[in-house]
Design a protein around this ligand. Structure first.
Ligand SMILES: [Zn+2]
Length: 82
């Protein structure tokens, strides 16, 4: 029985050493480790012409919606005259 406890203690010690020394590959999951700036998700919108989804800050606003590019904005506005 003493041997079992000794082996368990050695394993625990090795695990603790491994965790504190080389913890880069598998960092311990801590709740407040992430910076807040990166936690905000990007808003995804769809192009009014082709329906492709893209981040809102990459979209081109135009008449009748937002578009994935200049060509689609022009095509949409040509197809939907005022
Ligand atoms: Zn498009």
């Amino acid at each position: 029985m003493k041997l079992l406890i000794f082996v368990a203690a050695v394993f625990a010690l090795l695990w603790l050493l491994k965790r504190s020394l080389g913890g880069r590959a598998a960092p311990p999951s801590s709740r407040s480790a992430k910076p807040d700036a990166a936690a905000e998700p990007k808003q995804i919108i769809a192009c009014a012409q082709c329906g492709m989804h893209l981040p809102r800050d990459e979209a081109l606003p135009g008449r009748g919606g937002v578009f994935c590019g200049d060509a689609h904005r022009a095509a949409y506005e040509k197809a939907h005259p005022e």
